[in-house]
Ligand binder design. Structure first.
Ligand code: CAA
Length: 693
């Protein structure tokens, strides 16, 4: 056995096994690339070797290029060079794929003469998610092997496919539970015959029309995504030019996109999402508690959605209500949601029945007795929540995690209503709970470490992106949102119209602006909260008083009498806003769109800085993950705190000082931490790096 860094080679019965061992995911860093190349050359030179198998140790085959190397000076050999070495060998090379073959990992496998995969393996080109395109021949080899249309789909969607689908497309030659012996056997069989034609020389592009049709659909589906445009362009080259010319086109796109700020932002998102899973301050060895059964209290829209999330993850759940009537309505809503998915074709009848079978409806809190986790999802009312937690104390089994799905309320106060506050925490789902990815896990002052670890792990099992938040009004997301909401209203009073405000955000990349969103959610929600907390929002209040509660009344900030979904600007609203401005003694002015955007985003960033300073969020990256997964912040800008770093904190602090001065609103002045970082010419990311060190 010989070793080249993290790669070893062992010759056994005429087959050289090249084994990569670079935990955690065998990413193709410089040492791995050099190791594969060196071992491949050694195998080529060894007369005892008739065939070669490329495999990897640990939980997966190769997860792709090493993303941490992006943006650093390149270290040879490059990945295309390594793949070219494999491909030019005169002995057959078989890739043995378990776990995942992603990005550069799949490109390496495409440079082999054949591929054996475990039935559970996933294969894909996820580069679009990082704002790049496959940069080591993926856009040229995959189309020549399986057809240009399916190759373009795989690369543009970025979602890995199953080994079975890969086999049906001709990407995988054999499926086997034990990949290594199967790959060895195949390699020897291939050595007995003529060397298989490598992917680069295959001619399976398929009809040009089929590709162009797929390309138009993909460009429509991912409109404005530069990675998708580049992939289509590179794959199209395969019809028009040689393999080498195609590689050059792909490489040029790769370098351009990799150096684009969008890709830098998306790489930040990748690592921030993983960092968010790490809980700071958790004692070493803390283990999550086992969860095999759940209960959800309250079968409203939220409770029903949460119950669906459990069922979708295969966890049996009891949905609890106070009356048969409420329960029936709740269960009907859940069944209706599943029926819509079946009708749309996104869920099979069988899966629907299986999921419905996991949801059991019950009247009375006693039904929570068997659950390992209880999620309370009743009205946002402190008294009611405390009453429920007080009763749960005796009902829930010892060690059950007791979670409140509150959006704003003090989790510590709720925890104080039980004698087991260590079991209590917040699990703030976002609506619709069965769809939205974000889960804020709220850590109370007395939450036990293993209860927190349980909620975080459960979040991942529910296919959510869980982020830890400390206790404060609105937690991370809604606390920042309230700053934006206040400025949006203020902009109306100072001279803007709803459409201009909304457009500033949609042009930035949000799917919806705050007023279109308010119309969709219903204006009465905020109105009720303002009344309860003694707050006012003159324009929003006036609209509510005029009966304009949003889409449900056909009128809100917009008029929905024409198009019931998008709504149109309404002169009546313009007149109402002007009247309210005049009542407040405000002289209206035209506000440029750039200023509107700054007024909406910078106060939120300022609040994010306070959230960091108070330790409500552990990392700036956690705040980004909250906004990306719960509020539609455009991923290619990296999230609010990353975006702030890209603009420069000096600029943000200076603008906030201007806004505070102009308005007399001292809450707009830069927070101490923002002020300090700006003075030191530092970034929010520098705080995360310090925390991680
Ligand atoms: N480079 C560097 N580090 C990586 C990595 C990569 N490609 N993929 C994963 N990691 C790291 C993660 O950051 C994480 O590190 P920490 O433990 O320090 O947080 C660790 O590996 C484990 O990752 P996950 O937590 O994601 O583990 P998982 O088991 O849930 O998922 C996976 C495994 C499916 C492989 C997932 O990690 C993944 O999707 N990886 C990225 C795949 C990808 O995007 N590949 C394309 C890279 S770009 C490319 O290849 C360009 C090209 O054409 C040459």
């Amino acid at each position: 056995m010989a070793q080249q860094g993290p790669v070893t080679i062992k010759v056994d019965g005429g087959v050289a096994i090249i084994l990569i061992a670079s935990p955690p995911v065998n990413a193709l860093g410089a040492a791995v690339r050099a190791g594969i190349k060196g071992c491949a050359e050694a195998a080529a030179a060894d007369p005892a070797v008739r065939a070669i198998v490329l495999a990897a140790e640990g939980r997966t085959f190769i997860a792709g290029a090493d993303i941490t190397e992006f943006g650093k000076p390149p270290v040879p050999p490059s990945l295309p060079e390594v793949i070219a070495v494999l491909e030019r060998l005169s002995k057959p090379v078989v890739a043995a794929i378990h776990g995942a073959a992603l990005g550069g990992g799949l490109e390496v496998a495409l440079g082999c003469h054949a591929r054996v995969a475990a039935p559970s393996a996933k294969l894909g080109l996820p580069e679009v998610k990082l704002g790049i395109l496959p940069g080591a021949g993926g856009t040229q080899r995959l189309p020549r092997l399986i057809g240009a249309a399916p190759a373009a789909r795989i690369a543009c969607d970025g979602t890995p496919i199953s080994a079975k689908e890969a086999q049906s497309l001709g990407l995988v030659d054999e499926l086997a539970e034990e990949v290594l012996p199967a790959a060895k056997a195949l390699a020897l069989r291939l050595a007995d015959g003529a060397l298989p034609v490598p992917a680069r020389d295959r001619t399976n592009l398929g009809p040009r029309e089929a590709f162009e049709e797929a390309a138009s659909a993909l460009l429509r589906k991912h409109a404005g995504n530069p990675s998708v445009e580049a992939i289509i362009d590179a794959v199209r080259t395969a019809f028009e030019k040689s393999f080498e010319e195609g590689l050059a086109v792909e490489r040029a796109h790769f370098h351009r996109l990799r150096d684009d700020p969008r890709s830098k932002a998306l790489r930040h998102v990748f690592f921030a999402e993983r960092a968010a899973a790490r809980i700071p301050g958790l004692p070493k060895g803390t283990q999550p508690r086992p969860v095999s059964r759940a209960a959800v209290i309250g079968a409203g829209t939220m409770g029903g959605g949460i119950a669906m999330s459990f069922a979708n993850a295969g966890i049996p759940v009891t949905l609890i209500e106070t009356s048969e009537e409420n329960l029936r309505r709740g269960l009907e809503r859940v069944a209706g949601n599943y029926a819509t998915s079946v009708k749309r074709g996104s869920l099979t009848e069988e899966a629907r029945n299986q999921r419905l079978g996991l949801i059991e409806g019950k009247v009375g809190l006693e039904a929570a007795a068997g659950a390992d986790v209880v999620v309370e999802a009743v009205f946002e009312e402190m008294g009611l929540k405390k009453e429920i937690f007080g009763k749960l104390e005796a009902i829930a089994k010892p060690g059950a995690v007791l979670a409140t799905n509150t959006s704003y309320l003090d989790v510590d106060e709720i925890a104080a209503s039980t004698s087991r506050p260590g079991d209590v925490l917040g699990m703030h789902f976002f609506s619709p709970a069965n769809v939205m990815k974000l889960l804020e896990v709220v850590r109370g002052a007395k939450t036990a470490p293993d209860a927190l670890a349980t909620a975080m792990e459960l979040g991942r099992r529910l296919a959510k992106v869980p982020v830890v938040s400390g206790v404060c009004y609105g937690f991370i997301g809604n606390r920042m949102l309230s700053r934006r909401t206040a400025q949006a209203e203020r902009l109306l009073l100072e001279g803007a119209q709803p459409k201009e405000v909304d457009q500033a955000l949609t042009d930035f990349g949000f799917r919806m602006g705050p007023f279109a969103m308010a119309d969709l959610a219903g204006l009465d929600i905020g109105w009720r909260i303002r009344k309860a907390t003694g707050k006012t929002a003159p324009v929003a209040d006036a609209l509510c008083e005029a009966g304009r509660l949003g889409q449900k009344t056909g009128r809100g900030y917009y008029d929905y009498s024409g198009d019931a979904r998008t709504g149109a600007a309404d002169p009546e609203v313009a007149a109402l806003i002007e009247r309210v401005s005049a009542d407040q003694g405000i002289t209206r002015r035209a506000i440029p769109q750039a200023e509107i955007l700054e007024r909406l985003l910078y106060p939120m960033i300022n609040e994010g800085a306070r959230i960091l300073e108070e330790g409500i969020a552990a990392r700036a990256g956690d705040i980004d993950i909250v906004w990306l997964n719960g509020y539609g912040w455009p991923a290619w800008t990296g999230g609010p705190m990353f975006h702030a770093d890209s603009i420069g904190l000096q600029t943000i602090a200076a603008r906030l000082r201007d806004f505070a001065e102009q308005s007399g609103d001292t809450t707009l002045a830069p927070s101490p931490i923002l002020q300090r970082l700006a003075e030191q010419e530092q970034t929010f990311a520098s705080l995360d790096q310090k925390a991680a060190a």
